[in-house]
Design a protein around this ligand. Sequence first.
Ligand SMILES: *Cc1c(COP(=O)(O)O)cnc(C)c1O
Length: 398
Amino acid sequence: MNQTKIHLCLAHMSESGMEQKYVQEAFDTNWVVPLGPNVTAFEHDLEDWLENNGAHAKYVTALSSGTAAIHLALLACGVERGDEVICQSFTFCASANPIVYIGANPIFVDSEVESWNMDPSLLREAIEERIRQTGKKPKAIVAVHLYGMPAKMDAIVEVAKEYQIPLVEDAAEALGSSYQGKPCGAWGDFGVYSFNGNKMITTSGGGAVVCPNEEMKQKTLYWATQARESVPYYQHNQIGYNYRLSNICAGIGRGQMTVLPDHIEHHRRIADLYKQAFINIEGIEYHDNPSDAYESNFWLSTILLKKDLTIKGMEQRQKEGEPNCNVEALRRWLEQCNVESRTLWKPMHLQPVFAEAKHYVNGVSDELFSRGLCLPSGPWVTEEDVHMIVKSIVDSIK
Ligand SMILES: *Cc1c(COP(=O)(O)O)cnc(C)c1O
């Protein structure tokens, strides 16, 4: 058996120790505050990175989390109390929670089967029905690139443009992914990245909002720093937030930017190894790029178990009334092998906290939740690990 646990995705610092160098600089110059040279430089690094990857004239504000970035993006879209905001149902709760922070109402839209992200035709139906029922358009749309797999952004942008509804792109998991050659995070009116410990790169905790112009960058910066007016005394005309990234965390981020290409390459290589291995295994489907238009960063490699498959221990899970007894049995099996895995996100329209929210569903995310599993994919996962994990999965099949 494997001695040390294999995790889904853990933080991984550069071998050259760049993160520590920038953090040390912050200490040496006493910039131990939520602003400073590292923050500004990290924002420029992200802007340059976007520019070099084909997204022009983007303006980035570094924040304390991806969740904060979604919150400020929604404010920048003009979302207010009582408004409706359309959000992908198949996602992590952080895509939807900021809608509620504002006092707005999330309207959940299901996924299509190819990318597992927001279904553009269901999005259109939802908008049409909301207009019919309320006489008003939803105020914003939050689309997500789950597990790094790009959503069908051309079609989603087209619907958003047609109805003139601003689009927030939750690319928290998708730094390094692109669709039709354009980076995820650069398609929407606003893009969101997360630098939490388990994402593509980390600042220990942090996020960024990608803005379409300098004015919006200044606006998000203003809200992130308690909405302080630029006068010599403390004057506040609006409610603000304490959302700025610290200069220490930004130092880690600057170091991490030097290894971002390596991280992306590693995740893709691990994905390739799983893909090769699962081709020959009956009953397991690897979630691959649906076509050449998609270039996932494969933040997490994900699989679906075919319906007729039986995993050892499944009957016990069934008895205990688990909604996803096969995947839960496999998750437990892998845990016994010292391998961390995780069931796919439970859709927001199935969450008790959102029981009252309107939703437009087609059964896709329900099915993904009941059949899917995420596998270790991070920078510490080796080729041998992948072979061991695949073998454990094969052994788990009855
Ligand atoms: C991680 C994540 C977020 C939130 O980012 P934090 O930095 O953890 O606040 C938002 N959306 C998705 C899809 C995520 O995976």
